[in-house]
Design a binder for this molecule. Structure first.
Ligand SMILES: NC(=O)c1ccc[n+]([C@@H]2O[C@H](COP(=O)([O-])OP(=O)(O)OC[C@H]3O[C@@H](n4cnc5c(N)ncnc54)[C@H](O)[C@@H]3O)[C@@H](O)[C@H]2O)c1
Length: 338
């Protein structure tokens, strides 16, 4: 297969982890070519724009993008580029797998949870924010829609079917937030009936947090609204050893952007010690999305084997003495040998 994707190396550690990731993709021989475009501080400095039109055009043209982390400047009224991209391309599903890998400092060993987070509405968007003149009262609106709830719940069930998963848990707060969260829950209950082969259960978000920490093995696919998904998916990343291993897929009907959940890590940028795995795992999800599931699995297996057997090569955040490039080299070697 021959396919071009948009590649945004990003800020901070972005170019370092992107370089390692593209080397592994090339070693997999999946027929991908890359159109490099810019966003974030790099784009602001070069073009005076955090998100140039050429970048939006490239994503629209190729429909698939691999994105490094972007720095959103503090203050100055800048909106998050990630939120802008999600809105612009209506990337309604934020899919965040959390899988245990060997050799991490995680508390659990057999976690395999996918959080499917609604990405375009809900409390996270903080629509209609106001602050009273005396600074005493802040207001922000929560807007959930039947359309938004339906498409995210359906996405979660379809994903469960496609990936052979057994159970979908809808996480909500409908006991208190009766309209907005209640709408989401009612829609989830209705759609669940269309998938009798997948077990369905529902859980209030505070209990879900406790259950995730106490008995994570009961979870398979979680579907939830935007803000709860933001928090729960980081909790799940923590269960498997932190953000260095957490990919985030942003999926819409017309485009999909694959990225690491972590940020541009300015504290370690340029030191050559950033862990490339989160972006690599996002690239593996991208291969699944492009119909190359065997290549995606090959990449995940190579990462797993490297973390098990090539401990010297792994980066310091995983307890190794290696660098971004030694980690990348070891994974490339395993991909080639497989
Ligand atoms: N998706 C994105 O583009 C995205 C996501 C989150 C934050 N950000 C941006 O990133 C910048 C920095 O944010 P932050 O410091 O809060 O979060 P961060 O995720 O960049 O860093 C948090 C901590 O984790 C470490 N870390 C992160 N990724 C790592 C990796 N791959 N390997 C090893 N260690 C890693 C960092 O060194 C740091 O100590 C901010 O400008 C923020 O807006 C971007």
């Amino acid at each position: 297969m021959s396919k071009t994707i948009a590649v945004i190396p990003g800020d901070g550690i972005g170019p370092e982890i992107m370089n390692a990731t593209l080397r592994v993709l090339d070693a997999l021989d999946c027929g991908l070519s890359y159109e490099f475009v810019e966003a974030g501080m790099v784009a602001l400095e070069k073009h005076g724009d955090l998100l140039p039109q050429a970048t939006l055009d490239s994503i629209a043209k190729h429909k698939v993008a691999l994105k490094g982390p972007l720095t959103t400047p503090v203050g100055g009224g800048f909106t998050s580029i990630n939120v802008t991209l999600r809105r612009h391309f209506d990337l309604y599903a934020n899919v965040r797998p959390a899988i245990s890998f060997p050799g991490t400092k995680a508390r659990f060993e057999n976690i395999d949870i996918i959080t499917v987070r609604e990405n375009t509405e809900g409390a996270y968007l903080s629509e209609g924010q106001t602050l009273s003149e005396d600074g005493e009262t802040a207001i922000s609106m929560v807007r959930n829609t039947r359309k938004g709830s339906s498409r995210i719940v359906r996405y979660a069930f379809e994903l469960a079917v496609k990936k052979g998963r057994k159970k979908v848990t809808a996480v909500h707060k409908a006991n208190i937030i009766k309209t907005a969260s209640g709408l989401f829950l009612n829609v989830a209950r209705e759609i669940a009936k269309e998938y009798p082969q997948i077990e369905f259960n529902e859980m209030i978000v505070d209990n879900a947090c406790m259950q995730l920490v106490m008995k994570p093995e009961q979870f398979d696919v979680i579907v939830t609204t935007n803000l709860f998904g933001d928090i729960l998916s980081d909790l799940c990343a923590g269960l498997v050893g932190g953000l260095g291993l957490a990919p985030g897929d942003n999926i819409g009907a017309e485009a999909a952007i694959f990225e690491a959940v972590h940020g541009s890590a300015p504290d370690i940028a340029g030191k050559g010690i950033a862990n490339p795995c989160a972006l690599l795992l996002a690239a593996a999800d991208m291969l699944d999305h492009l119909g190359m599931v065997d290549k995606g699995d090959k990449m995940r297996n190579a990462i797993r084997d490297t973390m098990t057997h090539d401990r010297d090569s792994v980066t310091p955040d995983l307890g190794g003495k290696g660098s971004t490039s030694s980690f990348g080299d070891a994974i490339v070697k395993r991909v080639r040998a497989a």
